[in-house]
Design a protein around this ligand. Structure first.
Ligand code: NAD
Length: 363
């Protein structure tokens, strides 16, 4: 059955982690990243039609659990995501996620998916999209500080979308740098393993910070950031969790996804609430300037916004028919008479068919 076919709304296409890996490998990771960038750009261009709210966060000493909802009026989506820097030491992911799309007209879900891998892909694609508008022209060299789960995706998105060919890698844990370099060994990069963040940023036109630490960290100090660079700041995405020294912010033109959320979670939580920032959708639509001068420092203060997950799920849904990697979940009760939900339960107890639901699929 087609995953978008309306006749069987009681069964929901489900994309597992295994399916997601197969989809990414079958399409090709760089093609996925390019495709996601196009979906993100299309959705940022129709910014005003989306429901927008800062994500709903539940904080604890160890981390945060968040819900990220939005709708374009036809389709509703949300992501469940956590951020737990303490997890890595116990062999667990810092960030895990899953998400849902539903049709607004009935409220029925139409897609249920793993989003741990999809978040890494969409975050990288979003970074590349921002850099497409903000990075210096012909930027070929990028420093990546923090070589954990997100890092290879970031590298590959910048290669696919901007043609970055040189990576300068640094992590406080050299094993992470080795892992990142080994994973990217056959991807066509010139890879430089660095032993300090200062060495990593040397000569880099783009600096990506993608570390995980639940504190006000200073991954970059002011003297490390030269004129004309683009900073792609990914890891400061929670209250009390930042990566850049405040003085860098004061020298930069700052670009954000959704200011109401970024002021709570981004690097700019270090600044007064009226410090000027530019919304990326306005740059993408040509309604606000991006990079305008050679020595300008541009900063994408990324925190991750619900519309990006919506775009990613929309992209994924459009790949299901092509790849066939999903199963159908019997998620929605479907009594023959919509008012006879209890009768359906009784019939199941007596061995009758409970619903028209199925658990089958493309894989
Ligand atoms: P991870 O735990 O897999 O990797 C983080 C890496 O940072 C580790 O290798 C760690 O050794 C390194 N690190 C920590 N402190 C460092 C320092 N001072 N200098 C250099 N390296 C340091 O985490 P991840 O999944 O790669 O996520 C990285 C960050 O990105 C997290 O903070 C996460 O919350 C954030 N994130 C943001 C978005 C977004 O949309 N902005 C999306 C996903 C993840």
């Amino acid at each position: 059955m087609s995953p978008t076919e309306p006749a069987k709304l009681n069964v929901v296409p489900f994309v597992s982690v295994d399916h997601m890996m197969k989809i990414v490998l079958e399409i090709g990771v760089e093609e996925v990243l390019t495709g996601l960038t196009e979906y993100l750009e299309a959705d940022f261009r129709r910014w005003e039609i989306f429901d927008k709210t800062p994500r709903i966060a539940s904080h604890s000493a160890e981390g945060v659990i968040e819900l990220m909802p939005t709708s374009d009026g036809e389709v509703y989506g949300f992501k469940y995501v956590n951020g737990h820097p303490v997890n890595m030491a116990q062999g667990l992911q810092t960030v895990t996620a899953f998400g849902v799309l539903a049709e607004v007209v009935s409220g029925y879900p139409v897609l249920f998916s793993e989003m741990t891998i999809l978040t890494a892909l969409r975050t990288a694609a979003m970074s590349a999209l921002a850099a497409k508008y903000l990075a210096p022209e012909n930027a070929k060299s990028m420093a990546i500080i923090g070589n954990g789960a997100q890092s290879e995706f970031q590298a590959l998105a910048f290669k696919a979308v901007l043609g970055v060919d040189t990576l300068r890698l640094y992590d406080i844990d050299p094993a992470a740098t080795e892992k990142c370099a080994a994973n990217l060994a056959d991807s066509g990069f010139n890879i430089v393993r660095c032993t300090s963040p200062e060495e990593a940023v040397e000569g880099a036109a783009i600096i990506t910070t993608v570390t995980a630490d639940k504190q006000y960290a200073t991954i970059l100090t002011d003297n490390m950031v030269g004129a004309g660079v683009h900073i792609n700041a990914i890891g400061g995405d929670c209250p009390g969790k930042t990566e850049l020294h405040k003085d860098i912010l004061l020298r930069s033109d700052i670009f954000v996804e959704y200011p109401q959320q970024t002021r709570i979670e981004g690097e700019i939580q270090q600044l007064p609430d009226d410090h000027p920032v530019t919304e990326l959708w306005q740059v993408i639509r040509g309604e606000a300037p991006g990079r305008t001068a050679e020595g300008q420092i541009t900063l994408f203060d990324s925190v991750g916004f619900a519309i990006e997950d919506f775009s990613a799920l929309r992209y994924l849904r459009d790949q299901l028919e092509r790849t066939g990697h999903y199963v159908e979940l019997d998620m929605i009760a479907d009594p023959d008479d919509p008012r006879d939900l209890y009768g359906m339960v009784l019939r199941a107890a007596s061995g009758g068919a409970a619903s028209g639901g199925a658990a089958s699929g493309g894989d």
